[in-house]
Design a protein around this ligand. Structure first.
Ligand code: AMP
Ligand code: GLY
Length: 417
């Protein structure tokens, strides 16, 4: 079959790499793609936020299956447009993607289905929000309601920080409404579930490192590394998360006439064996997908097809007793201002096989040379029989890299090791 993946990051490179290994995949196109993706798929220039353009491209290229990577096209209704045009599509409708696109909506769903989450209040007025945090005090969490590319959440440890965050977030486009939440303590994990709207299949768990520097210090980023599985997601915690959070959410979405089809990414906070929902995302995590795909391999295409075709009741995930770890190589300065355009050397020295992969997140080919274009640039990913084995393999690959403008954390996986 001919498959189209939308997106251009490390997540999409990992998806493309896994999908391409499945014998069902004939032609694979990724739009817009990047320099690494170009080694496993055709890259196409396409406005992935324009559902009509995506459907037209799919018609012209005889596409049989569309996989949507990032949240922006989902929130823009691209899955609605491609399904309406008759294309089998993996990814939720815009109405269902509100689980990521609106934090206030997600809180309503949690209330309706009694899913455990942080206590909260919603505000459309800065003065009322200020009065609220002055009464409750810090630590407290301030969130813009809408999509803010990871910049819409402030974990305020002091009242001053909380008041500043209220000013800042109300001033952003995503902050017409602000949600103020109880600060939860515990350990975070990413839990990925495939659902066709009725059936749900736990796909896997991971943990990422959001802070830029070693020891989980410095500013928040999109993620500096990840590993799978997440030890905190024991079978008991996983079962509780399914029974108390995920399944009630899926039923509530269906009851409202907006069934959720695609991958549901539950960000959980676990304390004393009890999971609580931090947030939902309507897509795969980045860089969590890189470690999940490393472990799942070719079967992921069969699973995504079963999800899109409503056949998850008979689908099974074949897990090996293995571990994967990915280290993000970012441009010096990230998540602040950073240079772009420098040449990355040493990639040809790195092994690439079923245990070692370099997934590209922000690269392009210029004059035949791989150059950096983004903040997060490469995901050095390895699979091993144990987490230390996977970690050692990934860092041994990094020793072969020659890119003075890049940096990485040296302690990915520390919490689990
Ligand atoms: P979110 O975009 O909602 O996942 O928030 C980004 C990060 O902020 C999360 O991964 C958590 O580390 C942190 N966070 C969000 N909400 C809370 C909360 N209620 N309590 C503690 N930490 C939180
Ligand atoms: N790594 C977290 C995310 O994809 O949102």
């Amino acid at each position: 079959m001919n498959i189209l993946i939308l997106g251009s990051g490390g997540r999409e490179h990992a998806l493309a790499w896994a999908v391409k290994q499945n014998p069902k995949c004939d032609r694979l196109i990724v739009a817009p793609g990047n320099a690494g993706i170009a080694a496993v798929a055709e890259c196409a220039d396409l406005d992935i936020l324009d559902g009509t353009a995506v459907a037209q491209f799919a018609t012209e290229n005889a596409i049989d299956f569309i996989i949507i990577g990032p949240e922006a096209p989902l929130a823009a209704g691209v899955a609605d447009d491609t399904r309406a045009a008759g294309f089998l599509t993996f990814g939720p409708s815009a109405a269902a993607a509100r689980l990521e696109a609106s934090k206030a909506f997600t809180k309503d769903i949690c209330d309706a289905c009694l899913a455990p989450t942080a206590a909260y209040a919603r505000f459309t007025d800065a003065a009322a929000a200020r009065a609220h945090v002055t009464t409750t005090g810090a630590p407290i969490v301030i969130k813009a309601d809408g999509l803010a590319a990871g910049k819409g959440v402030v974990v305020a440890m002091t009242l001053t920080e909380a008041l500043d965050a209220i000013e800042d977030l109300f001033a952003t486009p995503a902050g017409a409404e602000v949600v103020i939440e109880e600060f939860m303590t515990g350990e975070e994990a990413s839990f990925f579930i495939l659902t066709d709207g009725v059936n749900a299949l736990p796909l896997g768990t991971a943990q990422d490192h959001k802070r830029v520097h070693d020891g989980d210090t410095g500013p928040n980023t999109g993620g500096m590394g990840a590993y799978s599985p997440a030890p905190v997601m024991t079978p008991e915690v996983t079962q509780r998360a399914m029974d108390q959070i995920v399944l009630p959410t899926i039923r509530e979405m269906a009851r409202r006439g907006t069934p959720y089809q695609g991958v549901l990414f539950a960000g959980l906070m676990i304390e004393d064996g009890q999971p609580r929902l931090v947030e939902y995302n309507a897509r795969f995590g980045d860089p969590e997908t890189q470690v999940l795909m490393m472990r799942l391999g070719a079967q992921v295409l069969d699973l995504l097809l079963a999800c899109a075709e409503g056949r998850l009741d008979s689908a099974r995930v074949n897990w090996a007793d293995d571990h994967a770890l990915t280290v993000v190589i970012a441009a010096r300065g990230y998540p602040g201002p950073h240079a772009k355009g420098s040449v990355i050397n040493g990639l040809d020295r790195m092994p690439e096989d079923s245990r070692h992969m370099v997934f590209h997140a922000g690269t392009t080919l210029r004059d035949g040379l791989i150059t950096a274009t983004g903040g997060r640039v490469l995901n050095i990913t390895a699979r091993g029989d144990s987490l230390p084995d996977a970690r050692n393999r990934a860092y041994a690959m990094i020793d072969l890299l020659d890119w003075p403008d890049g940096f990485c954390r040296s302690d990915i996986g520390w919490r689990a090791l």
